[in-house]
Design a binder for this molecule. Structure first.
Ligand SMILES: [Zn+2]
Length: 200
């Protein structure tokens, strides 16, 4: 088993062969793990959250749900959920433009983390790939998405496990979003924390 410790607010990329499993954990809890995946034989074919939730009608992925590529190729199955469904399929990963709009240019971002992580293994990702956001607490009610104070959050040690259905290149970003907005917080109020990835 290989273990990758992703420092708080950073990202790492790694390969997962078809049939292998990957486990992703937030040791401290409430740290969003933005999960990117690309087909190894065509890195422009990336995971599409929108195409993934349409067949399941589930905005929070459940065990057995399959994540699809933008060309609707089955990429991975969620085989274990140790986070009680606290995951998000709707929020686009943060990117440098978003932080410029927030007035904090040069802030780290999940898209920036993806670029760094892929470069470290000699690859260049397509611009603006999308993510499944593990350990991200969102609620959809009456057509509006928000996080309520009473909504469950990912506890310390919460995890998921995925099984690859085709050869994949994956990347995980410990989401660097640490800004405060009214009624909204992606990560734990105490600050960003590391994410641990085990290749099983
Ligand atoms: Zn982010």
């Amino acid at each position: 088993m290989d273990t990758i410790v992703i420092p708080a607010g950073h990202g790492r990329a790694f390969r997962v062969a078809a049939g292998r499993r990957v486990r992703i954990e937030t040791p401290s809890g409430q740290q969003s793990a933005d999960f990117f995946a690309f087909c190894a034989d065509d890195p422009t074919e990336f995971l599409s959250p929108h195409r993934s939730w349409m067949p399941t009608r589930a905005l929070h992925p459940r065990v057995g749900d399959v994540f699809l590529s933008r060309k609707r190729r089955p990429m991975a199955t969620l085989v274990e959920d140790g986070a009680d469904g606290v995951h998000d399929l709707l929020i686009a990963p943060c990117d440098p433009i978003r932080y410029e709009q927030f007035g904090v240019p040069r802030h780290r971002s999940c898209i920036g983390n993806l670029r760094e992580a892929m470069a470290a293994i000699g690859l260049e990702p397509p611009e603006y790939a999308l993510t499944v956001n593990f350990f991200t607490a969102t609620t959809v009610d009456d057509g509006y998405m928000f996080r309520t104070p009473s909504a469950p959050v990912a506890r310390p040690g919460a995890y998921v496990a995925l099984e690859a259905l085709t050869d994949l290149v994956c990347a995980v970003s410990s989401c660097p979003y640490d800004l405060t907005g009214p009624g909204w917080a992606i990560n734990a109020p105490g600050g960003l924390t590391e994410i641990v990835v085990d290749l099983l």
